[in-house]
Design a protein around this ligand. Structure first.
Ligand code: NDP
Length: 278
């Protein structure tokens, strides 16, 4: 196949996606690979996801990303799954094997773990970790965090049932303790606190509470750009070291790109280029 001439059609679906950095990231990866990529961002509600994904597949698309709040619905559209997507019942990456046979995968977990371990040099093994939020992103990172064998992993969520359901599904990989936001206020400090809520997108104050942090604790906010502002400000006020999710965004995108094209991008220059835009 003459890859230089073939146009690879990709897209991201979600809401909000207007300011998504994914089209830019994938163009930078495509330039590294020397291939032509068309990557569009479509704002969409759950009711229309199936129709729009089908349109892309019918147009000869290679696959797509799905972002909040549609990762659970995206999983249901596929007829084949990776193990981590199946446990999460959520997917951020679909591959069109044909117009009607789609494989669901989740690259959020490998992306986060690579950013923490390789880019930020944060230890995960034998550490006390908590995740706040139990939506599609939390579901997508549990598998890979548990694989790192933390001392404990606790999942807090406003809707406790969602956290409990995730803990139950992942019990074959490792133990996940759960609590609601009131129980969260009684927890002892963690080494790593991961904010996996979407509260920042709505300009809400972070859901995080001071008791979660000791002097050495680190906060990793999955959000980036404007959605990270409230968490960054809260961490600054409280003297807590904090990272945004831009590194994870680039790393998870690299895994999706690899799945679609077979090319493994160099993430470092892409991360640097995007950082100058935020
Ligand atoms: P979902 O819509 O699936 O889940 C949202 C979660 O946030 C739910 O647990 C929800 O609680 C909680 N939440 C929202 N608002 C509030 C609030 N005001 N108070 C308390 N809890 C709240 O979103 P995703 O899981 O897909 O995404 C979560 C975040 O992670 C987003 O900011 C997204 O941009 C980011 N993300 C970043 C990635 C990266 O590569 N850096 C990759 C994936 C996601 P409840 O269940 O009670 O409704």
């Amino acid at each position: 196949m003459d890859q230089a001439r073939k146009l690879i059609r990709l897209a991201v679906f979600g809401s909000p996606v207007k300011h998504s950095l994914s089209p830019r990231i994938h163009q930078l990866f495509a330039a590294q690979a020397g291939i032509s990529v068309e990557y569009t961002a479509t704002e969409i509600s759950e009711d229309f996801l199936s129709r729009e994904v089908q349109k892309l597949a019918d147009a000869g698309g290679t696959g797509c990303n799905i972002t909040l709040p549609l990762k659970n619905r995206a999983f249901q559209l596929a007829n084949r799954f990776s193990e981590r997507a199946e446990l999460a019942q959520a997917a951020n990456t679909l591959v069109f094997n044909s117009a009607t046979r789609w494989t669901a995968d989740s690259t959020d977990g490998p992306g986060l773990v690579r950013d923490l371990l390789d880019n930020l040099h944060v230890e995960l093994k034998s550490r006390r970790i908590c995740i706040v939020g139990a939506g599609g992103a939390a579901a997508g990172i549990l598998y890979d965090l548990l694989q790192q064998r933390p001392a404990s992993l606790c999942l807090f969520n406003r809707t406790i049932g969602k956290a409990e359901s995730l803990a139950h599904r992942f019990s074959e990989i490792g133990r996940v303790e759960t609590g609601d936001l009131e129980q969260m206020t009684l927890a002892n400090p963690f080494d790593l606190v991961i904010n996996a809520t979407s509260a920042g997108h709505h300009g809400h104050n972070p859901v995080l509470t001071g008791n979660l942090f000791g002097p050495q604790s680190l906060c990793y906010d999955l959000s980036y750009g404007a959605a990270h502002n409230s968490t960054r400000a809260w961490c600054q006020e409280n003297g807590i070291q904090c990272h945004d999710g831009l590194g994870m965004l680039v790393e998870q995108a690299a895994d999706s790109f690899q799945i679609w094209t077979g090319f493994t991008p160099d993430t470092k220059p892409v991360h640097q280029a995007l950082r100058t835009l935020l």
